[in-house]
Unconditional design. Structure first.
Lengths: 991, 429
């Protein structure tokens, strides 16, 4: 004990000596002392893969001097014998906010959102703060440092976890004894990014994930422009970004799909982000691997849900239950797929929880060497600090752990965690094993004392003949404190004693129930001692808790997901009533052959060798339904933080896990356009999808997708129906001028760009230029005739045409003008009365417009209605007496035309994609069901398969619930049930 | 379908009526009217092919096959379909006109337990949304205050009237109680997750309701009570004069709501919503609880639910032997005109068409306690309509005539007038 204190003091002195040799000293005399310390006879891991038995580690002045077997030890060396013990390099956590002041949430919030920045001299957006240096907000946190050291960490990288661009980080050693000069290894070690806004500002842009992505892209482009000297004013944010260009960039993405979003931005600007993931990478391991990025993975395995109340348990989704079941395999799956990763305590509630979860990860297949690498060499390499930390090679920091045995074993004790040569005792290394049987002589009686359990955490029991006493024992720093209580009389006896080093017995002071103090002796009974220690060992040998069975992953990994992706088939539909949607009209008793994903034959009495025949007698075959206006399958819909958001794209935020994709398929829908919302006059770019349930976001997007953008008019863009009074425009008059202004600017931008002169790349202007150049189409949310007319006039003024008016509820009033302009219409069948501007909305709208020659589609704007668009089309027959064939076109070929995908989909025609629906009856009857829905010859919905999926969900839910009940019964942690929110976006969904 | 013929019929039907700016309520039935030749869908599960129906003074005096002797004005409805007027329960029709316009909103009074708030006096008989119900066959509605726990007292009206007094069929028929939920949405602005989490206040909320019910009952048994309109309004629940409409969706909530309401001495209970009612059919059957189940055109509430759970939910309840009708729970009243198609959806799920029809006519009348409406039977009100085709299917629901209490009502609306106005505009060219 004394020795260790001495060492600490010695090392402290020596440190002060080296790091601050030019500092004056007035509180004593200035002397230097440079002793060596040698750790001998240890099992030494110089690195995770380099193990030396019976090795020596020699350190001096906080650094490693030598490692190996035959080290010559200088005479001025303090020797520490580690016979039977292990030495490992200590751990590194790259992703913390250790010691950095937590940013304060902006208060207030007035009558309207805040659209402008709060700062001057910086980037125009408050959430971009690359100039923020964590070191300016850093205060070494001894409490947190201790907690981290207890789990084996020696060095952490820290930063301010706030904002989209977050500034630089600090690399710090968890060395309490040193001072900032010593433990700050790098005061600007890294730079940090995320998709989350700063809490310190209420500036509303960006209000969505896609907005954050667009903003970040623009920041990089602006930095480039700034760097070339093209901006006359001072921008301290961009300057900082440029200054830190060569620092390692961290991106806190937080989940499997955001990981890929971050990676995509990185690819665009040539940045290899270190991506901070979410622990769910196993669900998209192929894509994660293909990103070729390096990951920092938090360990925070979810607790089981408390499913003991069956009513409440039913609310938990299968996907959420699976997350509990499968998450512990994440590190193993990353490892097996060769994805480079480091581990972080970032998401762990306490550092201790991290260590627990790490053992769980290992139990589920994470290799121990890989685990050690993920905590040492891997993070060191990622932050390019391998010359300083990560291994115990010569010249590196003396940051190491002394353990009782191999790391990551349940029974291994971490004794000491040395940081920069400073000793930190976690558990006393040379504590004597006191387990055994004793005769406890006290106040004239001889009690039997049994000590068993772990050597460093023993338990005791005291008895006197038949009488058992309830007993408490603590054993620390070789002092024992034992108290025992008579169960009948509740009399308490208290004893305390120091354990002598070389004796099998101990004696000390006792306090009797009456308060009198006396002494006691505990004499070890040699005969029984062995037996007891044997018993103790037996306890250790008990197998760890049985591993749970891991349920298979599906694509997507939620209920109704696919175990395997549907395969392209050669299919022959026999004897169907075929709604061609072409000049051929409706063909009775007709066969359709699907091969290689295309419609290859239409006719009667067809046969094809190898084709699977589907008897469609009495059934109807149509092209898949197309929804021109959908908001399903997206993580965000509106970027309303500015009056124009042409820079954002829904393609960035497609959500392939939305169950509404599957539900749409069950309603015969095969293609959708996810439109941006209507929060602003110039909205964001669209995503056009084929609903290939099970594919990832990229897989859902049309290849060579036509380019679209959402515009919006009327009450939503004027912000009439909620509290917002400061954003231009507030009237329809302003809406016109906003368009004129933006198109004037886009025209100027395009002219400079085309002239070949240097220009500041602006994603918003790029998009608007595409419109002017006829490369991007507008689908415009519209209600009243005045605004419809206005937008056509604005477009004509700038020599382009509006492609589609969506909603267009007063289109019937200006159908003639629409025909003249050449715009199509995509409308509701019968919606109205939900706001003032739909007062004159009538269900006859579609029929009237169609009668005047407008290409009319019926859309949904609603996750429920979209799956019944066949019925909505039927309403055009009821309201306005459209013919059945024309009515059917409003949800197939007409929206295909509006979306410029009619050469591929929308009708049953030779050579078109086999996106088909087999209906149980007349496709527009309310009595009809979709029985099969195909996309490119793959069956994505099949009513018989659906039944099987339902049964499978029930069975799997039951399996997982049983596992969770067992978890609870065996004392595992549980949490209350949760239910996923129903995500049903509309145009005016804010965020 | 012959489109031109169809169009002609509809346009002619429209032109035949008034061109005034507002639909004038039809005068009382004068002479007898006979409709003959149609397929009559009775609303009790039966049909009569080639039916003849006679009504006088607003009451059906005879219905049957051609053996019935026609009387008065004869309407030949050969090849057409005859239905009882559909009934929309628990809607705020006429209490709010345009959802986003606050000035037009009279559906939700402040206060949590306000049974004395009465819908009938705010009912706008001239609402354009109400008017738009009629061309789809919905002729009667239960006008219901919204929001809060006890939202207020509903009344039942017919949809062709000068004012609320004329409109009323059954005044103050029921009290509407929204049961608290065991789950609540995370308050994301308070840094809670966005999904749903257990409602820790559930027990407390339930206790508030049960004490309110107890206090109401105690109020009724005392003699010299001070005036208390809300407690007074509750009294009908204890003598069976008013029904309690309980809004609950979860299994536990339904069981709690019904058990505790019965224990409080409430006589007539109707469950509204009932998303998970199919899981506790024996319980509902045991207590004889009718269900006004949510509309079929709704998304499943949980990710793992069958995609068609809402489509088939009423069928599951009917198959279980419960008394069931369909209610539209959407915040948008205009959707109520799709009521016939909610019933039609069930046919695709395997339900007989005539049983599906009962869910918006005969059963609804029974559940609401409307003895005079809901079916085409002798002695009942002549509230009915003629449709070109199958009224439960979008393609067939085309009304040519409709009668409320024998009054020959207009099928024109603000919307049909705009249709005509703009077709005229284009036809002028």
């Amino acid at each position: 004990m004394k020795k260790s204190i001495l060492i600490v003091l010695t090392l402290c002195l020596s440190h002060v000596g080296i790091s601050q040799e030019y500092f004056p000293k007035n509180d004593g005399v200035k002397e230097t002392n440079a002793l060596y310390t040698a750790f001998t006879n240890a099992t030494l891991f110089v690195s995770p893969t380099q193990k030396i038995n019976n090795a020596t580690l020699l350190i001096k002045e906080g650094k490693v001097v030598a490692t190996g077997k035959n080290i010559s030890i200088p005479s001025n060396t303090v020797l520490i014998d580690l016979d039977g013990k292990f030495i490992y390099p200590s751990f590194i956590d790259l992703y913390t906010n250790f010691g950095v002041k937590k940013p304060e949430r902006a208060s207030g919030g007035g009558r309207s959102p805040q659209y402008s920045a709060s700062r001057e001299g910086f980037y125009w957006n408050d959430h971009i703060m690359p100039e923020k240096d964590a070191i300016d907000h850093f205060n070494y946190d001894t409490k947190k440092a201790k907690a981290m050291r207890q789990e084996g960490f020696g060095v952490v990288n820290t930063h301010s976890m706030d904002g989209i661009a977050r500034g630089t980080g600090v690399l710090v050693a968890l060395n309490d004894q040193g001072n900032e000069a010593m433990r700050i290894i790098d005061d600007a070690s890294s730079q940090h990014f995320s998709f989350s806004k700063s809490v310190t500002s209420r500036q509303s842009y960006p209000g969505s994930l896609m907005g954050a992505m667009a903003l970040l892209r623009q920041v990089y482009q602006d930095a480039d422009w700034y760097n070339k000297g093209n901006i006359a004013t001072k921008d301290r944010s961009l300057e900082a970004l440029l200054r830190n260009k060569n620092k390692v960039s961290f991106f806190e993405a937080g989940n499997k799909t955001n990981n890929l979003r971050a990676d995509k931005i990185g690819d665009q600007f040539g940045i290899n982000y270190l991506i901070v993931g979410g622990g769910d990478e196993y669900e998209m391991i192929q894509q994660t691997k293909a990103s070729n990025a390096r990951y920092i993975i938090p360990l925070n395995f979810p607790d089981a849900y408390d499913v003991s109340n069956p009513y409440m348990a039913n609310y938990i989704s299968l996907g959420d239950m699976r997350a509990w079941n499968q998450a512990p395999t994440n590190p193993k799956i990353l490892q097996d797929n060769g994805v480079p990763f480091a581990l972080t305590t970032f998401k762990s509630k306490k550092p201790k929880d991290f260590s627990k979860d790490l053992l769980v990860a290992i139990a589920y297949g994470l290799d121990k060497t890989k685990a050690l690498e993920a905590l040492t060499t891997q993070p060191a390499s990622m932050l390019q600090i391998s010359d300083k930390v990560g291994t115990l090679e010569k010249g590196k920091y003396a940051n190491f752990l002394i353990t009782s045995g191999a790391l990551f074993e349940e029974e291994t004790t971490l004794y000491e965690n040395w940081v920069q040569g400073t000793r930190n005792v976690i558990n006393t290394m040379d504590q004597i094993d006191i387990r055994g049987s004793y005769n406890l002589a006290l106040a004239g009686k001889s009690y039997a004392l049994e000590i068993s359990g772990e050597p460093d955490k023993p338990n005791a029991s005291v008895s006197l003949g038949e009488a058992q006493y309830s007993t408490k024992l603590t054993y620390k720093d070789n002092w024992i404190t034992l108290s025992f209580t008579d169960k009948q009389t509740l009399e308490v006896y208290r004893t305390t004693a120091i354990i002598p080093k070389n004796s099998m017995s101990f004696s000390g002071k006792a306090v009797l129930p009456d308060g009198k103090q006396t002494s006691f002796n505990a004499n070890r009974n040699m005969g029984v001692a062995k037996e007891v220690s044997q018993e103790g060992k037996d306890i250790k040998d008990i197998k760890p808790k049985e591993l749970r069975e891991i349920v298979p992953i599906t694509y997507p990994n939620v209920g109704f997901g696919n175990l395997t992706q549907p395969q392209q088939e050669t299919l022959l539909f026999k004897n169907a009533t075929v709604w061609t949607g072409e000049a051929d009209g409706i063909l009775k008793q007709t066969d359709v052959l699907v091969k290689d994903g295309k419609i290859t034959k239409i006719g009667q009495n067809l046969s094809f060798k190898g084709a699977t025949t589907i008897d469609a007698t009495g059934k109807h075959l149509t092209a898949g339904v197309i929804d021109e206006h959908s908001h399903i399958a997206a993580l965000s819909i509106n970027e309303g933080g500015q009056n124009s958001s042409a820079e954002v794209t829904i393609e960035d935020v497609v959500d392939p896990e939305d169950i509404n994709i599957y539900r749409n398929l069950a309603g015969g829908v095969t293609s959708i356009q996810i439109l941006h919302g209507s929060a602003n006059p110039i909205g964001g770019r669209s995503a056009i999808l084929k609903l290939k349930w099970g594919e990832d976001a990229e897989g859902l997007l049309y290849d060579n997708s036509p380019k679209f953008i959402k515009f919006a008019l009327g009450e939503n863009v004027k912000q009439s129906n909620w509290e917002s009074y400061s954003r231009f425009p507030q009237t329809r008059m302003g809406v016109e001028q906003l368009y004129v202004n933006y198109f004037n600017r886009a025209k100027a931008y395009d002219a400079i760009k085309k002239s070949g002169k240097p220009f500041r790349k602006d994603d918003e202007m790029e998009t608007l230029s595409e419109i002017l150049n006829g490369e991007r189409f507008i689908s415009c949310h519209s209600y009243v005739q005045s605004e419809i007319n206005m937008l056509m006039k604005v477009a004509e003024k700038f020599n382009f045409r509006i492609n589609t008016f969506t909603h267009i509820l007063e289109g019937y009033k200006v159908a003639d003008k629409m025909v003249a302009h050449g715009v199509g219409a995509s409308t509701f069948s019968d919606w109205w009365a939900y706001k003032y501007e739909v007062n004159d909305a009538i269900p006859y709208n579609a029929a009237i417009m169609a009668s005047q020659g407008v290409t009319v589609a019926i859309n949904s704007d609603d996750g429920e209605m979209s799956r019944r668009l066949n019925q909505e089309a039927a309403k055009t027959i009821k309201y306005g007496a459209m013919s059945e064939e024309e009515a059917w076109k409003t949800v197939t070929i007409n929206p295909a035309k509006l979306l410029h995908i009619d050469h591929r989909v929308g009708s049953i025609k030779l050579g078109k994609d086999a996106d088909l629906v087999l209906w149980s009856g007349h496709p527009m009857s309310v009595y009809t069901k979709a029985e099969k829905t195909l996309i490119e010859g793959r069956t994505y919905f099949d009513i018989a398969q659906d039944k099987k999926k339902r049964d499978a969900i029930k069975a799997e839910r039951n399996v997982l619930m049983t596992m969770m009940l067992n978890e609870k019964e065996s004392g595992g942690k549980t949490r209350p049930p949760v239910k996923k929110g129903n995500k049903n976006f509309h145009c005016d969904t804010q965020f | 379908m012959n489109t031109l013929r169809h169009l002609l019929i509809v346009l002619t039907a429209m032109i035949g009526f008034s061109v005034a700016a507002q639909q004038t309520p039809a005068p009382a039935q004068k002479g007898a009217i006979t409709i003959s030749g149609a397929t009559a869908h009775i609303g009790n599960g039966n049909t009569i092919e080639n039916a003849t129906i006679v009504f006088e003074n607003g009451i059906i005096t005879a219905i049957g096959t051609s053996v019935i002797t026609p009387k008065g004005t004869i309407i030949n409805a050969a090849g057409k379909h005859l239905y009882p007027g559909f009934i929309a329960p628990a809607k705020s029709l006429g209490l709010i006109e345009v959802n986003a316009v606050r000035a037009s909103n009279d559906q939700d009074e402040i206060g949590d337990m306000i049974p004395h708030i009465r819908s009938i006096i705010a009912y706008n008989a001239e609402s354009k949304v109400v008017e738009s119900m009629r061309p789809n066959g919905i002729l009667i509605g239960q006008i219901t205050p919204q929001g809060g726990t006890i939202s207020g007292t509903s009344s039942i009206v017919q949809f062709d009237a000068w004012n609320w007094e004329d409109a009323a069929i059954k005044t103050d028929d029921g009290i509407h109680l929204h049961w608290p939920s065991t789950f609540r949405r995370g308050r994301w602005w308070a840094a809670e997750p966005r999904g749903y989490q257990p409602n820790k206040k559930y027990t407390e909320d339930v206790q508030q309701i049960t004490s309110y019910l107890k206090e109401s009952k105690a109020f009724g048994t005392g003699n010299e009570q001070p005036a208390n309109e809300s407690m007074k309004a509750m009294q009908g629940l204890f003598d069976g004069m008013k029904k309690l409409y309980l809004y609950a969706d979860g299994e536990k909530e339904i069981i709690d709501a019904i058990t505790l309401s019965m224990e409080a001495g409430i006589k007539e209970i109707v469950l509204i919503g009932g998303y998970q009612a199919y899981k506790i059919i024996p319980f509902l059957k045991q207590h004889n609880i009718p269900v006004l189940v949510q509309e079929t055109h709704a998304l499943p509430k949980s990710e793992d639910d069958d995609y068609d759970l809402a489509y088939k939910l009423p069928k599951l309840l009917v198959d279980g032997g419960l008394m069931v009708a369909i209610q539209n729970s959407s915040m948008s009243n205009f959707q109520t005109r799709n009521l016939p198609f909610y019933a039609g959806q069930l046919v695709g799920q395997g339900m007989d068409k005539e049983i599906a029809l009962q869910l918006i006519s005969g059963n609804t009348a029974k559940i609401l306690g409307l003895d005079q409406y809901g079916t085409l039977e002798t002695g009942k009100s002549a509230t009915l309509f003629i449709s070109e085709g199958d009224a439960l299917d979008m393609m067939g629901n085309t009304l040519t005539r409709a009668f409320i209490d024998g009054r020959d009502i207009s099928l024109q609306t603000h919307q049909t007038k705009l249709w005509k106005r703009y077709m005229d505009k284009y036809n002028q060219k």
